[in-house]
Design a protein around this ligand. Sequence first.
Ligand code: SF4
Length: 373
Amino acid sequence: MTHNPIRPWRNIERRKSRQIHVGSVPVGGDAPISVQTMTNTVTTDIKGTIAQVTAAAEAGADIVRVSVPDEASAKALKEIVRESPVPIVADIHFHFRRGIEAAEAGAACLRINPGNIGDEKRVREVIAAARDHGCSMRIGVNAGSLEKHLLEKYGEPCPEAMVESGLEHIRILEDNDFHEFKISVKASDVFLAAAAYQQLAEATDAPIHLGITEAGGLTSGTIKSAIGMGNLLWMGIGDTIRVSLSADPVEEVKVGYEILKSLGLRHRGVNIISCPSCARQGFDVIKTVEALETRLEHIKTPMSLSIIGCVVNGPGEALMTDVGFTGGGAGSGMVYLAGKASHKMSNDQMIDHIVEEVEKRAATIEAEAQAAE
Ligand code: SF4
């Protein structure tokens, strides 16, 4: 997927996993790494939940998870699924009946741990409901809620205990001839999560859902997620990701994409390369980048834009981007198109002009892609 014969140091060899489906979204195998988020509305607030799902989907979420804590939420789920532009995963804890109701309501996937929902009969009923309704499952092991017998065996949450928990849940599904599942072994501790995921990747070929759970607020959680998930993705581990932040789900989606973009694993929208600015800047780089980030949110086409304050690094960066602007002094700068110096533009008109140039370039890339199909 990221094979780069010219720059082999950029290659990431993805772990070979089998492919499952979450509704229309393939997960695992050679499918693009999907980006997920989760709503934080009360699920019975159907309008509010649909609005949040839609906003997340517009930001690029491929899949959205919704909590189903009670029967009323399972009822609400039906309408949410109907209105959602992306597949919905129902988050179920412990209660087998919620799992059945969610599958019947049209959930594309159940996040449920089969070992935690009661006796074999109940497990079989949930699996039958999932099978009947074309619903996949995600086993979600969490360091904070490991089974008692594993805590007693290992003394504390550790990678071995987490993987053993995951494999026990896997065995239950496989014994029931159910193979449409993915699995996560999340922890809020980066070291614990990374070690658990590495061991899990060796122990199963099931697709892996990656996450650093309860990562924190927007800044700290983004850094923690980028370090933890970034390292794993770099090793080729991870088929779908969810960044967990104490923030708007839209932010989780944006951060998820930024992590994937940084590793060249997935591209969406404009990747802005900009300098931190200093006394040499020929225009206000920080304000310009802030304005462009907002003005270019509507662009979905993968492309790059360099916004560099002066000629120290500007021309070099512009060589490698679709559109570039380099500050030059005397109130204007140089616009670069497809890596070549094109024309001068005054600083006070450059934001509108760059937006236009990016839109034009995006249209060209789309047209070329269509012609190639
Ligand atoms: S590119 Fe120029 S303006 Fe930007 S940080 Fe470097 S020297 Fe400063």
